[in-house]
Design a protein around this ligand. Structure first.
Ligand code: 5U1
Length: 704
């Protein structure tokens, strides 16, 4: 066999492949930094499988092809842990952490140990399933669940399918090493698993932890293999024939070097305050991690002090779990109300008995649509699980039907008329949502349309918030966006909680908004499916509103269709495709534009706005700016502008924005901690400017 120009025997090639695959598994599952594409990995894997098939005598249990293969056990055999698997004492507030630190110091003092040398190792508390991995002579020989801490279940065949778990330790072969840690599932793998369950009409899993636990306890290891389980190591049990480091932080480094996945988020801390700082940092990062954690763990760093500190019941005195506020809680579904949005969409909203979850009190949560309520089998009066993870909006996860008992529950029914204006509601073919047909006749839609119009990314009317819009609509002062431009300070000052100064400020903000861009104006109109990006494409194609209103949308749709078909033929002939008008704007958007602009009341509303003085620089003007026709990439943290604000500013001044740096990029606007994009700019010789230079370019342009 030829490999790298030298003759290699099948045995040598098998060894090479196994080493390479183990390295790629480690890069992918442990370091999160794969160095080869999946296809290359698959190619090597298939080569190894083929070689092993041709030379069965070369198959060993340490081969990556043998991860799935343990015989399906009738039940899991019991495993007695050589060193018990302990549990942890929990702390739920700062005082308990301070008390833990005090107790540790007192005990060290009693035992004449130098407490001034005390350090803690702090790490994440993974929300998974504890297991113990037994390596003998460097090879994985057993995996066992925690069980009652003394006796667990033998899940070796299943553990071997977890690619994050090395079958062989790297660079060492201790006689015995039991690695303790947690098996879990990444959230994205959990979502995929549930999608598969849904598509197969199977029951969905409640959370990644349950899916991981269920996966590990499968009698058929090939099912475990399909669950994409992960593992993080956090300690050792029995160890023989190995010289381990003398601190816990050192031990974690040692385990990582031996090829075991160890969480990157950890620190060494001197006192309770530093532990609490770590806790808060991890709490802030919690939602960004790819997996669930339920707190952090503090351990006395010196391993030889662990025994000296002793145990209380089954929990060691040297460690403490500091738990985060629960992300899930039970409460009662008091009612389901229906809200009407800007486009008339009816959204059912759960009214909940107030419940403290994820650090806030939750009283309501969107239920999205009628199908969602049916899918979750929610009845009014049910006990429900509410989840709020990080900054994610709270959601009703599921009902607990087993708690219904004999009590009568009420099913939700979507109203057949709009709950706000009484107009009919319709559900179009193939759509999940019901919509009120009232349009701007419906006060709910009117309010939402005004809020959309005034928002920062649209007309940017500072100070026009929800409460004020409610008052303006309810007092009959504003029906359409153009009415805003007729408001005066005296009328506004007559509203509740509105002083003269605020009224004057609002009138001024409304006045300022008259000067805008075509794209912002189009976005502000609130046409269905016309978001900021579509609005920008339209503003680039049409010179003004008249041209847009004069468009023959049916003819345009037909022309797009014909060109797209012709382009398929051209590509087949190897010819360049013809440019498609309004590239990227599909039939749904074209239909929405046709519908909106075809309505006389919408055209009248647009005319009224233009007559109220809303204006933007004409094409010729925009072309004259310092930014016109130039492509910018914004990266890093700018001193005053958010990245979105900087991008909007560039576009408003005629420039275009890209997300990646190439030879076509004219300027990279770099802020603090700019990373690879800045490196790429230097590499390609692209001009790099800071926020001040960008603002200066804008100031020098015609718009100012
Ligand atoms: N990260 C981490 N989780 N965890 C759980 N470390 C850790 N240590 C544990 C447990 C039960 O126990 C040791 C202190 C023995």
């Amino acid at each position: 066999m030829l490999s790298g120009g030298t003759v290699t025997s099948p045995r040598q090639r098998v060894d090479q492949l196994r080493t390479q695959i183990a390295r790629y598994d480690h890069e992918y599952y442990v370091l999160d930094a794969p160095s080869v594409p999946d296809a290359e990995y698959d190619r090597l894997f298939r080569e190894l499988q083929a070689l092993e098939q041709a030379h069965p005598e070369l198959i060993t249990s340490g081969s990556p092809t043998q991860r799935v293969g343990g015989a399906a056990a009738g039940a899991f055999a019991a495993v007695r842990h050589a060193v018990p698997m302990l549990s942890l004492n929990n702390a739920f507030d700062d005082d308990e952490v301070i008390a833990f630190d005090r107790r540790v110091r007192e005990r060290l003092h009693e035992q004449h140990l130098p407490q001034e040398e005390l350090r803690y190792s702090a790490e994440l508390k993974y929300d998974g399933l504890a297991i113990s991995l037994r390596y003998e002579a460097g090879l994985l020989v057993q995996g066992a669940t925690r069980g009652d801490g003394t006796t667990g279940e033998d899940v070796t065949a299943n553990v071997r399918t977890v690619r994050a778990i090395p079958l062989r330790l790297i660079g060492c072969a201790p006689r015995v090493l039991e690695v303790r840690g947690e098996v879990l599932m990444f959230r994205r793998d959990f979502e995929r698993l549930n999608e598969r369950q849904r598509n197969a009409g199977e029951r969905e899993f409640v959370n990644p932890r349950n899916a991981a636990a269920g996966g590990l306890r499968q009698l058929d290891p090939s099912i475990t293999a399909g669950r994409a389980l992960r593992f993080f190591a956090y300690g050792v049990g029995e160890a023989a024939g190995v010289d381990l480091p003398d601190t816990h932080s050192g031990l974690l480094d040692w385990l990582a070097a031996a090829g075991l996945p160890v969480g990157a988020q950890r620190t060494v801390a001197r006192d309770a305050q530093a532990l609490l700082d770590f806790y808060r940092r991890m709490m802030a990062q919690r939602a960004q991690l790819p997996y669930d954690i339920d707190g952090v763990v503090y351990k006395v760093d010196r391993l030889d002090w662990h025994d000296a500190l002793g145990f209380v019941a089954r929990a060691p005195r040297f460690a403490l779990a500091h738990k985060f506020p629960a992300e899930e809680a039970l409460t009662e579904l008091l009612d389901i109300e229906v809200q009407v949005g800007r486009t008339g969409k009816l959204t059912p909203v759960a009214r909940l008995r107030p419940v403290f979850v994820g650090g806030v009190t939750v009283t309501n949560a969107t239920l999205h649509n009628e199908d969602e309520i049916r899918r979750k089998d929610l009845l009014i009066g049910d006990t429900v699980v509410v989840r709020r993870a990080g900054d994610v909006i709270p959601e009703v996860v599921r009902a607990l039907p087993e708690r219904r008992g004999d009590q009568v529950r009420r099913a939700f029914a979507m109203p057949r008329t709009c709950p706000v204006c009484g107009s009919a509601v319709l559900r179009e073919e193939g759509e999940v949502d019901w919509r009120c047909v009232g349009g701007l006749y419906c006060p709910a839609q009117r309010k939402q349309a005004l809020l959309h119009f005034a928002q920062r990314r649209a007309m940017d009317i500072d100070g026009l918030g929800e409460k004020l819009v409610d008052q303006l609509v309810e007092a009959g002062l504003v029906r359409t966006p153009a009415d805003l431009y007729r408001l005066d300070a005296a009328t506004l000052a007559g509203l509740e909680r509105m002083g003269e100064k605020s009224a004057a400020n609002l009138v001024e903000a409304i006045g300022r908004s008259r000067k805008t861009t075509f794209a912002r104006f189009l976005f502000a109109l609130g046409i269905r499916h016309v978001g900021e990006e579509v609005a920008r494409v339209l503003a680039q194609r049409y010179p003004d509103m008249d041209a847009l209103m004069a468009e023959d949308w049916a003819a345009l749709a037909e022309a797009k269709n014909a060109i797209q078909k012709e382009n398929v033929r051209r590509r087949a002939r190897g010819e360049d495709p013809e440019p498609v008008p309004l590239e990227g704007i599909g039939p749904e958007i074209v239909a929405a534009l046709q519908g909106f602009l075809g309505e006389e009341h919408n055209r009248a509303a647009i005319r009224a706005l233009l007559e109220a003085g809303i204006a933007w620089p004409k094409r010729a003007q925009a072309r004259g700016t310092a930014l016109a026709g130039r492509t910018f990439v914004v990266t890093g943290t700018l001193p005053t502008l958010s990245r979105e604000e900087a991008q909007a500013l560039i576009r408003d001044h005629g420039g275009s924005v890209s997300s990646s740096v190439s030879r076509k990029t004219d300027f990279v606007v770099a802020g603090e901690a700019a990373g690879s994009k800045l490196d790429r700019a230097h590499e390609l010789g692209v001009a790099v400017i800071d926020e001040a230079a960008l603002l200066d370019m804008c100031k020098r342009s015609i718009r100012s």
